[in-house]
Design a protein around this ligand. Structure first.
Ligand SMILES: C[S@@+](CC[C@H](N)C(=O)[O-])C[C@H]1O[C@@H](n2cnc3c(N)ncnc32)[C@H](O)[C@@H]1O
Length: 270
């Protein structure tokens, strides 16, 4: 398995932790099993103030967006990891959900989901492919329809691939998207790559073979250069991306530099 695929167990462990709270902002009943002991160890290893909270906020933010855009019944999760939205969310039954990730991770996930008796509320189609390679061909072969608008979700991926690959990926997504398609996901700031507050976490990720490689302080420009016009951009803690989870309120204004930062975005094909 690729080293970076272990990070899917980390984020699943974060969803498990949120799900155990009395005031959970979503419930992922499969997360604990999917994360396993390895996920719990990684969650402790990468724990930093705000990390678990951000993953919970990101999950809920994208859950809400998917619900609001339920008119888009073709959905692709780019780097789905151990995501269980196919089970958790109330989908229009005609929805087809494609999950792209490394083939070995998805094979393992399928096996575990079957063992756990997971019941999907939509048609779920796993697509094993490298997102820095010829993924769109594999997606088409799985039945994805390029003539229909797609809701693309890129969650927890873009900082694990080099900037040129991230650009090629999102440009390709725009090229193959029908009008009306939407892209939602998250980005890290460039400050997150260099800030002293991230140093220890970054060192551990490098040690584990899954370094963060790309962040930008100009997410709107980055996305527009890839063919996507941002319609919403939030940092955690802002109205619409808070859910009473963010530890620091009010959130730092965008123009305060020197601190790591996460961005949540929604964009439409330019
Ligand atoms: C932090 S996890 C996020 C998973 C999921 N979206 C979530 O939020 O839980 C990063 C995921 O990116 C996947 N990934 C990283 N590089 C990839 C690549 N080049 N092709 C396909 N998947 C990749 C890993 O396998 C892993 O599942």
């Amino acid at each position: 398995m690729h080293a970076v695929s272990a990070t899917a167990r980390w984020t699943a462990a974060a969803r498990a932790k949120e799900s155990r709270r009395d005031d959970a902002i979503f419930t992922d009943d499969l997360a604990e099993e999917l994360a396993g002991e390895e996920g719990a160890i990684l969650f402790a290893r990468y724990d930093n103030p705000g990390v678990g909270e951000f993953i919970a906020i990101r999950t809920r933010y994208l859950d809400d967006l998917i619900s609001v855009r339920s008119d888009l019944t073709q959905v692709v999760l780019l780097a789905a990891g151990l995501d269980t939205r196919s089970v958790r969310l109330p989908w229009p039954p005609e929805t087809v959900l494609y999950e792209i990730d490394q083939a070995d991770l998805l094979d393992d996930k399928d096996k575990r989901l079957a063992e756990l008796g997971a019941r999907h509320g939509c048609v779920r189609r796993p697509v094993g492919a490298d997102l820095t390679g010829a993924w769109s061909e594999a997606l088409r072969e799985a039945g994805w329809d390029p003539s229909a608008p797609t809701l693309w979700v890129v969650e927890g991926l873009l900082f694990y691939i080099p900037e040129p690959d991230a650009r090629v990926l999102l440009r390709r997504v725009a090229e193959v998207s029908a009008p009306g398609s939407v892209l939602a996901g998250d980005l890290l700031s460039h400050q997150s790559m260099i800030s002293e507050f991230s140093r220890e976490g970054l060192r551990r990720l490098i040690e584990d073979g899954c370094p963060w490689l790309f962040g930008t302080d100009e997410p709107e420009e980055f996305l527009s250069g890839c063919g996507w016009r941002v319609t919403e951009l939030k940092t955690p803690g802002e109205d619409g991306a808070s859910y009473d989870r963010w530890p620091w309120n009010p959130p730092l204004p965008r123009d305060v530099m020197g601190f790591p930062r996460n961005f949540l975005f929604v964009a439409e094909k330019a």
